[in-house]
Design a binder for this molecule. Structure first.
Ligand code: PGA
Length: 250
C-alpha cells in the first residue's frame, strides 16, 4: 500500500500573518485526517514562519523551487542546502509555471531534481502536457520526455526517494479538472514506463494529481488506483478546503 500524500503549493501568495493563520487553521483540523502524509510549500520568505508553527507537527514543509547549483554567484537563487537549513523535507521541481515562465527545460529540471536529492530533499517532480499537446495526441510523448530526462540523469533508483506530480497544464488554476479517467490513464502510463526499468520502484512510487483539485472532486480522483494524492494550488490557501482534500486522501 502506498501512503497517500497531499501537498499544498501556495505559489506566490501570503503575508507572514496569513501564513501563520493558514497553518494554524490546518493544524486545528488535523484530527480528521487519518494517515495521509501532509506538507505545505510556501514562498521562500515565509518558510521560517511556517517552520516555527509546524515544528513538532505531523505536517512537513518544502520549497517550491531550488537552484541546480550548490552555492556561489547566482543572484536571487536559493539552494537545496538552504532549504534543508530551514527544515524543509521536500521541494517542488519542474512545476509547469517554472517551465513555461522561467524557461526551465527538461535538463535543468533534471539537474534540480539531482541537486535536491544530493542534500536529502525529496523532490516532487512535476510533469504535464499543455492543451495543444493533448489535442495533438502528444500527451504520452511529452510525459515520457519529461520523465526520461530525469531518469537518464539520476537513474531509476532515484525515484524511490521522490514523488511525481502529474499536472496537466490546462487544468492548473483554470477550474478545469482532468476527469478521474483521464488522470488515471496518465498516472498508469507513468507507472508502466518506470516499471520497464524497475517494477519495485514503480510499484512504490507515489504519483500525485494536480490541477484544480477541490474538496468536491478530490475523493473521486484519489479513488483511482494509480492516484496517490494531490498537489494542491488554489485550494491549499483555504484551511477548511485543504483539510477536506486531506481527509479525502485518507
Ligand atoms: P491549482 O494548482 O490547484 O490551483 O490548479 C495546482 C498546482 O499548480 O500545483
Amino acid at each position: 500500500m502506498r501512503r497517500p500524500v497531499v501537498a499544498g503549493n501556495w505559489k506566490m501568495n501570503g503575508t507572514q500573518a496569513e501564513a501563520a493563520a493558514l497553518v494554524g487553521g490546518i493544524e486545528q483540523g488535523l484530527a480528521g485526517v487519518r494517515h495521509a502524509e501532509l506538507l505545505v510549500c510556501p514562498p521562500f520568505v515565509l518558510i521560517p514562519v511556517v517552520a516555527e508553527w509546524l515544528g513538532g507537527s505531523r505536517i512537513a514543509w518544502g520549497g517550491q523551487n531550488l537552484s541546480a547549483h550548490k552555492s556561489g554567484a547566482y543572484t536571487g537563487e536559493v539552494s537545496g542546502a538552504m532549504l534543508r537549513d530551514f527544515g524543509c523535507s521536500h521541494v517542488i521541481v519542474g512545476h509547469s509555471e517554472r517551465r513555461a515562465l522561467y524557461g526551465e527545460g527538461d535538463e535543468v529540471v533534471a539537474e534540480k531534481f539531482r541537486a535536491a536529492q544530493n542534500v536529502g530533499l525529496v523532490p516532487i517532480l512535476c510533469v504535464g502536457e499543455t492543451l495543444a499537446e493533448r489535442e495533438a495526441g502528444e500527451t504520452e510523448a511529452v510525459i515520457a520526455r519529461q520523465l526520461d530526462a530525469v531518469v537518464h540523469l539520476a537513474g531509476v533508483a532515484a525515484m524511490d526517494s521522490a514523488i511525481i506530480a502529474y499536472e496537466p497544464v490546462w487544468a492548473i488554476g483554470t477550474g478545469k479538472t482532468a476527469t478521474p479517467a483521464q488522470a488515471q490513464a496518465v498516472h498508469a502510463f507513468i507507472r508502466q514506463r518506470l516499471a520497464q526499468l524497475s517494477a519495485t520502484v514503480a510499484e512504490r512510487l507515489r504519483i500525485l494529481y494536480g490541477g484544480s483539485v477541490k474538496a468536491a472532486n478530490a475523493q473521486e480522483l484519489f479513488g483511482q488506483p494509480d492516484i496517490d494524492g494531490g498537489l494542491i494550488g488554489g485550494a491549499s490557501l483555504d484551511a477548511g478546503e485543504f483539510l477536506a482534500i486531506c481527509r479525502a486522501a485518507g
